[in-house]
Design a binder for this molecule. Structure first.
Ligand SMILES: [Fe+2]
Ligand SMILES: [Fe+2]
Length: 292
């Protein structure tokens, strides 16, 4: 039993957390709070990161493979705990925070070894950086769950920095897919390159709008319009990933993608991006300007 009295905004099962709600195939079956569902989503993502790392490490590093598999088992246990839970308890958050912090450290260790050419796994350095940023994002969510004071949570700059985070993640997914598709898959590579151009442009604009938000405008109609576009484009990308997953399952796609699970993983992350951006969109103040 936890001694602490849960007072945080996201505690308990009030059902009004201000966070994205359920997600397709989230495994929660509609049980639990939106934030609990989000925690379940990220816990599964962390487990899969450990699986991808274990599969991509060279066989002459059994020590690192063992560590990755231990993380996979640790997050599988935590995932089962989150699925059994009805509410987010302080002890669950504490355990998750510890596991995510340890995983972040492991990912940084791997990346450091790769940058110093002491390790040459079948994993892109940018992929390790990418999955580390996702873990940091999860850790920030866990910190937010614990906080009782939310102060500037809905400040425009903070909202737009989350849009930047997701668009950057989406852009990198396309880049990984382009590099993993067999060169003979010209039609799919062309589609992916077109999507890449779209997301490079979106990322540039998102960063510019994030910077402009420092001026603290009372409303920001252009940013709202931009987030609408980002949601629409991410929906297209989600469908592209979903189609790739189906093709992999049916053995109709030539690639170096190690498992269809990877395509499903990035498809689920696109779903989360869409939901989080919809939530953000609702918090961007929009007004009809008064004419001078
Ligand atoms: Fe991921
Ligand atoms: Fe990702």
């Amino acid at each position: 039993m936890d001694k602490e009295t849960p007072e945080a905004k996201y505690w308990g099962d009030s059902g009004k957390s201000g966070m994205p709600g359920d997600w397709p195939g989230g495994g929660g079956g509609g049980k639990g709070t939106p934030v609990l569902n989000e925690i379940r989503f990220w816990t599964r993502i962390m487990k899969e990161h450990a699986m991808f790392i274990a599969a991509g490490l060279p066989c002459d590093r059994p020590d690192l493979i063992r560590t990755a598999k231990e993380f996979e088992a640790r997050f599988a246990d935590l995932e089962a705990k989150t699925l059994r839970a009805n509410t987010v308890t302080p002890s669950l958050v504490r355990e998750l925070r510890e596991a995510v912090s340890d995983l972040i450290e492991f990912k940084y260790d791997l990346l450091r070894m790769m940058l110093e050419c002491q390790l040459r796994p079948n994993l892109f350095p940018l992929l390790i950086d990418h999955i580390t940023r996702e873990a940091v994002h999860f850790l920030a969510l866990l910190d937010m769950v614990c906080e009782t004071h939310h102060g500037d949570d809905h400040h425009l700059r903070m909202l737009l920095s989350r849009v930047v985070f997701w668009i950057r993640i989406m852009k990198e997914h396309i880049e990984f897919v382009i590099h993993l598709l067999d060169p003979s898959e010209r039609s799919l590579i062309n589609q992916a390159q077109e999507l890449r151009r779209v997301f490079v442009r979106l990322l540039q604009t998102a960063r510019e709008l994030e910077s402009m938000a420092n001026a603290r405008p009372r409303f920001f109609n252009s940013a709202a319009r931009f987030v609408d576009e980002a949601i629409a484009r991410t929906t297209e990308l989600r469908d592209f990933k979903g189609a790739a997953y189906e093709l992999l399952l049916m053995c109709k796609l030539l690639s170096a993608i190690p498992s269809p699970l990877l395509a499903d993983h990035i498809r689920r992350e696109a779903d989360m991006a869409i939901m989080e951006m919809r939530e953000i969109r609702e918090h961007i103040p929009v007004r009809k300007p008064t004419c001078p």
